[in-house]
Write a protein that binds this ligand. Structure first.
Ligand SMILES: [Zn+2]
Length: 362
């Protein structure tokens, strides 16, 4: 039996995969950029970015549409970027490990083609990460429009390929993640202890998209956090999180609007009980919000302080949204947030992600 690394080399070779996926040129070396260590109380901290986009060129060719993310967070900026540039950018931002994910733009694709696309993506990402285990890890991608297939892909991605969980959209071809059709996927994610990174998809709600047209990128600045808010709220209010209490969900962009306005969710069924199913959800909605995880992409130290106050420092992990230049100093954002203890800063900068994702010690 080949070990995992040999297996990944074999599949990569057999599939003719060239590691330009994720915008990276394999074999390039980091050069010339000084690594900026992140230090808390004199101690070097290992930092992790859980929100880092990429694409696999061969999968994009199979899909015959622009790379994932096109139109979501803007154009994919990684095109042609070398591994040296990528690592230099991580070093400049004080990021030790980037956990790569691909935004799903394949939820409308037929079963045969999407099976190929996901295989190419997951095997490419796994092989790439196996070559650079000290700097990169990756979430699996799955064909969630076929929940049984997605469950298999997740199991294969984690057990055979060593991927660290799964990245999914905030809705799937017009269906909410709380739709019972997805229960087999949630059951598998719970059984595997998989971290499920939920990233919004802007084209998910056509009526809303119409209202978000016009100047100012409203489909992104409002639409993305709103999609996450809706997705998480359905998972709470439809009882999905009661049915699968062990799920480890991590939401992009600080969870959208939900954590900052979650108490309204506790009062809806109290104020209008006739519109709520008795006993669903079992607990106050805010209890579920506090169980999920969120990235730190909330822009100001005050916003991060508030997120910490609502969900706890131990439920926040660092996220940059790379390659989109929303932030340039993600570690300083955490270091400059007032009221955090040193242990809490270390947890947000990397400690919690290392534990959650089971990242190996270098
Ligand atoms: Zn993103």
């Amino acid at each position: 039996m080949p070990n995992r690394r040999e297996f990944l080399k074999d599949v990569a070779g057999a599939a003719g995969i060239v590691f330009v996926g994720c915008g990276l040129v394999d074999g390039a070396q980091s050069q010339g950029t000084k690594k900026r260590p992140v230090v808390v109380k004199g101690r070097r901290i290992r930092t992790v970015d859980v929100h880092a986009h990429c694409a696999v060129a061969r999968a994009t060719e199979l899909l015959r549409r622009p790379a994932a993310n096109q139109g979501a967070d803007g154009p994919l900026l990684l095109e042609g970027q070398s591994l040296a540039q990528r690592i230099a950018a991580m070093d400049a931002q004080g990021i030790d490990v980037a956990v790569l994910s691909i935004n799903p733009n394949w939820y409308d694709i037929d079963r045969d083609l999407v099976t190929q696309i996901i295989r190419v993506q997951n095997e490419s990402m796994a092989a790439f990460c196996a070559d650079h285990p000290d700097r990169f890890a990756a979430f699996a991608s799955v064909a969630l429009q076929f929940p049984d297939l997605a469950a298999e892909q997740l199991e294969q991605g984690m057990k055979k390929l060593g991927l660290r969980g799964v990245a999914i959209g905030g809705s799937v071809a017009g269906k909410e993640l709380a739709d019972p059709v997805f229960h087999p996927f949630w059951a598998k994610a719970e059984a595997l202890g998989a971290v499920v990174f939920i990233h919004p998809q802007p084209a998910a709600t056509p009526d809303l998209n119409n209202r978000l047209k016009g100047n100012g990128l409203l489909n992104n600045v409002i639409g993305n956090p709103l999609e996450t808010t809706i997705a998480l709220s359905h998972l709470i209010f439809e009882g999905t999180l009661d049915r699968f209490p062990g799920l480890k969900i991590c939401a992009a962009h600080g969870g959208g609007y939900l954590p900052s306005y979650m108490n309204r969710s506790d009062h809806g069924c109290v104020t209008f009980p006739a519109q709520c199913q008795p006993g669903v959800p079992k607990e106050h909605p805010t209890a579920y919000v506090r169980r999920m995880y969120y990235d730190s992409l909330v822009f100001t130290p005050e916003a991060l302080r508030h997120l910490v106050a609502e969900v706890g420092a131990d439920h926040i992990v660092m996220g940059t949204d790379y390659p989109y230049p929303w932030v340039d100093a993600p570690a300083d954002h955490v270091l400059n947030t007032r009221g955090l203890s040193d242990a809490e800063r270390e947890a947000i900068l990397g400690g919690t992600a290392i534990k959650l994702l089971g990242l190996p010690t270098p």
